[in-house]
Design a protein around this ligand. Structure first.
Ligand code: F6P
Length: 545
């Protein structure tokens, strides 16, 4: 048995779970305690985090906090912020927090302050983005850039795409941001169809500059461009590289002058704060990009200094553990009531699942407890007409987060109050449910009451959720929210004693694909895999003709 599940702290939470699971009723708890909301909510600037609709009593959080203390969360947090090699398998520091360190206080990595380098790249980014946005940077025929195409995948795609979509109201008129990630040619072909090579700027975003999908798309983009521009000398006006790998950038044919650097202590899925955020800075401008950084920085300060019982990411992480490890919930839903956050769940699907989808501890032991949950979700109210039925009346416990802005970015009448009333009603309905007595009361006018009809209308309720309500989705607020979720993931990784910063699990498929690719180049029968893989490869060769 692992030290974690053998620990007094774990067993105390387990005992507490036994006492309340199946017995604790949230609705009764609200009825009995008018202070419940005040007790279980935290305000951070103009953001409210309400966690009162959870299966918790006043004893729960202190017990969970013991788990965090046992795991030395504070010391490990400081180790991350101060550049220790906490990504032990890859022997790397994890310093995305330095990228948004707006205090500019020195952050030492191997004895050297990383802030001057970060500030130098930010300054270069400012010059470049201002040139493009002002029209001073022109394409090979002298025209202003109208379209930016970010080519990247995973962390080199999802963050910028999520943020650009979320902050579209801050986007520059006349400049569009596009994202190509999938090696399926449909992605690049359809994206490029309406674009003009004379006014298109490609950002080739790849930490390693070796990722197969990104390099394949980058080559196709270059071919598409050269079909019109002909002379390779024109590439320098239209291709920018964002990477840690200067050699590979040169090899691809991008002038190192057009390269923006970051460092191996920035994890791919934590890289939107670096130059990987170039498409954000181009689209919303450098001042707004720095506001995004500032939002994350103030969240970092909160995470580092607030006591655990008032610390939003710590509470998020602990409640996640409560459901994941004690109620055995397999999944976690992210439910923004904001269309502009339509990629927020996708973003944290990678953020969380690539970070905490691990089954070996930092010391190499196999875990004997559940680690990262399945993350999923989509914006309300669409989700209500898709999967909410199962959350309300299905057999699975699905905790989740609602996120909503008090002010819309737009000003049509009616929409926003309708949207928000739906968010509030869903969280309330999940918590309250509907009893048989209430159903019978509702149907009292019916002459012949059918038991099956009554059963179908009963909602158990007692379904947990957190709610984030913030004033408006500004760059600063978005930065704060993203950082909160990042730190939630960190908190959970620390308690599970896993390395949240490597991603070895994506390697095996990549290696096997490299072995299969040459076998697809001819029509010969393949026999050296298992019979299913052989059968599929041979069928592909037959069907593609
Ligand atoms: O999915 C694996 C991964 O390494 C991610 O961690 C990363 O975000 C993505 O691939 C892209 O990597 P790169 O930026 O090196 O192209």
């Amino acid at each position: 048995m692992s030290k974690l599940i053998n620990s007094a702290e774990w067993n105390a939470v387990k005992q507490h779970h036994r006492e309340i699971a199946g017995k604790f009723c949230m609705k009764d708890a609200f009825d009995k305690d008018p202070q419940r909301f005040d007790k279980f909510s935290v305000t951070f600037g103009d953001l409210l985090f309400d966690f009162s609709k959870n299966l918790i009593t006043e004893e729960t959080l202190p017990l969970l906090i013991e788990l965090a203390s046992r795991a030395e969360l504070s010391a490990k947090t400081e180790a991350m912020f101060s550049g220790s090699i906490i990504n032990t398998t890859e022997k790397r520091a994890v310093l995305h927090t330095a990228l948004r360190n707006r205090s500019n206080k020195p952050v030492l990595f191997r004895g050297k302050d990383v802030m001057p380098e970060i500030n130098k790249v930010l300054a270069k980014m400012r010059v470049f983005t201002e040139q493009v946005r002002s029209g001073a940077w022109t394409g090979y025929t002298g025209k202003t850039i109208t379209d930016i195409v970010n080519i990247g995948i995973g962390g080199s795609d999802l963050g910028p795409k999520m943020v650009d979509t979320a902050l579209a109201p801050y986007g520059k008129d006349g400049l569009k941001a596009h994202f190509v990630s999938n090696v399926d040619q449909t992605d690049i072909v359809e994206t490029l169809k309406p674009l003009n090579p004379e006014t298109t700027l490609f950002l080739i975003s790849s930490k390693t500059f070796t990722t197969q999908e990104t390099m394949t798309n980058a080559r196709s983009a270059r071919n598409w461009f050269l079909k019109a521009a002909v002379d390779p000398a024109n590439i320098s006006k239209h291709f920018v590289a964002i990477s840690t790998n200067v050699e590979k950038v040169k090899e691809f044919g991008i002038d190192p002058e057009n390269m923006f650097e970051f460092w191996d202590w920035v994890g791919g899925r934590y890289s939107l704060w670096s130059v990987i955020g170039m498409s954000i800075a181009l689209y919303i401008g450098m001042d707004n990009f720095e506001e995004l950084l500032m939002g994350a920085h103030i969240a970092d300060e909160h995470f580092r200094s607030a006591p655990f019982e008032k610390n939003i990411p710590v509470i998020m992480g602990l409640l996640g553990i409560w459901y994941n490890n004690f109620f055995e919930a397999e999944t976690y839903a992210i439910l923004p009531y904001a269309q502009s956050l339509k990629y927020f769940a996708d973003y944290f699907q990678q953020g969380d699942m690539e970070s905490n989808g691990k089954s070996a501890t930092i010391n190499g032991e196999k875990v004997d407890y559940n680690t990262g949950p399945i993350i999923w979700g989509q914006p309300g109210t669409n989700g209500q007409h898709a999967f909410f039925q199962l959350i309300h009346q299905g057999t699975k416990l699905i905790p989740g987060d609602f996120l909503a802005a008090a002010q819309s970015q737009y000003d049509l009448p009616d929409h926003h109050d309708i949207l928000i009333s739906n968010f509030l009603a869903q969280a309330e309905a999940l918590m309250r449910g509907k009893t048989e007595a209430e159903v019978r009361e509702d149907l009292s006018h019916e002459p012949n009451l059918d038991d099956a009809l009554i059963a179908s209308k009963i909602f158990e309720g007692n379904k947990p959720s957190n709610s984030f309500l913030f004033k408006k989705l500004t760059p600063r607020t978005l930065g704060t929210l993203i950082a909160f979720y990042e730190h939630k993931i960190f908190v959970q990784g620390v308690i599970w004693n896993i390395n949240s910063f490597d991603q070895m699990g994506v390697e095996l498929g990549k290696v096997l694909a490299r072995a299969i690719l040459p076998q697809l180049k001819n029509d010969e029968m393949v026999t050296d895999h298992d019979s299913s893989t052989n059968g599929l490869i041979n069928a592909y060769k037959r069907l593609r003709k």
